[in-house]
Design a protein around this ligand. Structure first.
Ligand code: GDP
Ligand code: ZN
Length: 308
C-alpha cells in the first residue's frame, strides 16, 4: 500500500493512504537511505510504501523525492535536518513596510529555493498601507522579479478577497514563508479559519546545537490545496551552495554566462564580463547584483571559518 507522510513525531509517522485513511506507522528496523546524511530518514511530504504486520503498519520503502528542503545545519553536527519533501511551491510573503523585507532576503530565499528545486511565488502583502512612494517602489520590484520569470501577487491579506492566492495554490503542496509579521497567519486563517498552524519562527539560538523538537506537518485545505507547516522556514539553509553554484542560481546571470569572456566567470573582477555589463546597462537589476555580492562574501567567510 502506498501513502504520503503528513506528520512525524520522530518515532511515529502519520501516513495518509491512497484511499484516504490515516494510519499511524513505524519505520521498519534498520531503515537507511543511501546518500543522504540526515538526522531524520522519513519526512513530511514523503511518498512511502506500507506493509501491515499484525495490527500495525510499517513503512518499508521511501519513494523517490522530487525535492526536499533542509534547515541550515547546526554547527555541532555535520548532518542536516530535512524539513519536508515534495513541495510544489513556496509562497514567499514580503512586505515593503511593517516590517521591511529586503531584496537581499528575497534573493537569498530565491537562490536557496532554486537550489532545492522549489518554485517560488512572491506575494507582496499589505498593499493597503502603501503611499505614493511605496506604490512606485512596489511597481519597480514587481518588474524586477517578473522580468526574470517569477510569478507575483500583490494584495492586502487583511482587506482583499483571496481568490488570486487560492488560484495559485490550488492542487499544490505549498510552503508559506516570510519574515515574522508579514501576515502569514492572517493569510492562512482567512484561507482556512479552523486551521491553527505554527507560523512562528524558531530562533537560531534556541536551535543551536540541539536536535529539533518541532516537526513539520502537512495540512489539507478545503479549497483543494495543501500547506506544509514547518518550523523555521524563514530562510532555507544556504550551507551547501558554493560560489560557483551561486552564480548559476540567479537565472538572469546564468542566461548570460556563456557570453562572458571566461567560461568560469563568477562576475566579480573578471574582464569582459557580460553580467557586470548588463548591470551597468540596467538590464540586470542592481539590487540583484548587490544580493549576489553579499552571498558570495558570506560564502567566502564561511569557507574561511571552516578551513582552520
Ligand atoms: P505573521 O507573523 O507572518 O504570521 O504575521 P501576522 O499574520 O501575525 O500579521 C502581523 C500583523 O500584520 C498583524 O497585526 C496583522 O493584522 C497585520 N497584517 C497582516 N496582513 C495585513 C495587511 O494586508 N494589511 C495590513 N494593514 N495589516 C496586515
Ligand atoms: Zn561574468
Amino acid at each position: 500500500m502506498k501513502g504520503t507522510v503528513i506528520k512525524t513525531t520522530g518515532s511515529w509517522y502519520l501516513v495518509k493512504s491512497e484511499k484516504g485513511d490515516l494510519l499511524e506507522c513505524r519505520l521498519k528496523g534498520k531503515f537507511r537511505i543511501k546518500g543522504i546524511k540526515s538526522t531524520n530518514p522519513i519526512v513530511v511530504g514523503d511518498g512511502v510504501v506500507l506493509e501491515k504486520k499484525d495490527d500495525s503498519y510499517m513503512i518499508t520503502k521511501l519513494m523517490d523525492r522530487k525535492n526536499f528542503i533542509v534547515r541550515k545545519s547546526v554547527n555541532l553536527s555535520k548532518k542536516t535536518h530535512i524539513i519536508a519533501s515534495n513541495i510544489d511551491q513556496a509562497i514567499l510573503m514580503v512586505t515593503l513596510l511593517n516590517p521591511i523585507t529586503t531584496t537581499t532576503f528575497i534573493d537569498r530565499f530565491l537562490v536557496s529555493a532554486n537550489a532545492f528545486g522549489v518554485e517560488v511565488v512572491l506575494l507582496f502583502n499589505k498593499t493597503d498601507l502603501y503611499n505614493i512612494e511605496d506604490k512606485k517602489n512596489h511597481k519597480e520590484l514587481v518588474e524586477v522579479y517578473k522580468k526574470i520569470g517569477y510569478k507575483t501577487i500583490s494584495l492586502s491579506a487583511l482587506k482583499d478577497d483571496l481568490t488570486k492566492v487560492k488560484d495559485v495554490m490550488k492542487g499544490k503542496v505549498n510552503l508559506i514563508s516570510g519574515h515574522s509579521g508579514v501576515g502569514k497567519s492572517t493569510l492562512i486563517n482567512k484561507l482556512q479559519p479552523d486551521l491553527h498552524i505554527n507560523t512562528k519562527e524558531i530562533s537560531e539560538s534556541y536551535n543551536q546545537g540541539q536536535h529539533t523538537t518541532t516537526f513539520s506537518e502537512l495540512h489539507e485545505l478545503d479549497f483543494g490545496s495543501s500547506i506544509i507547516d514547518t518550523p523555521g522556514i524563514k530562510g532555507f539553509g544556504l550551507v551547501e551552495i558554493d560560489k560557483n553554484e551561486i552564480t548559476n542560481l540567479f537565472p538572469e546571470f546564468f542566461a548570460l554566462k556563456s557570453k562572458c569572456k571566461f567560461h568560469n566567470c563568477i562576475h566579480l573582477n573578471e574582464p569582459q564580463c557580460r553580467v557586470k555589463d548588463a548591470v551597468i546597462k540596467n538590464e540586470i537589476a542592481e539590487s540583484r547584483y548587490v544580493s549576489y555580492l553579499s552571498m558570495i562574501e558570506e560564502e567566502e567567510e564561511n569557507y574561511r571559518a571552516n578551513d582552520y
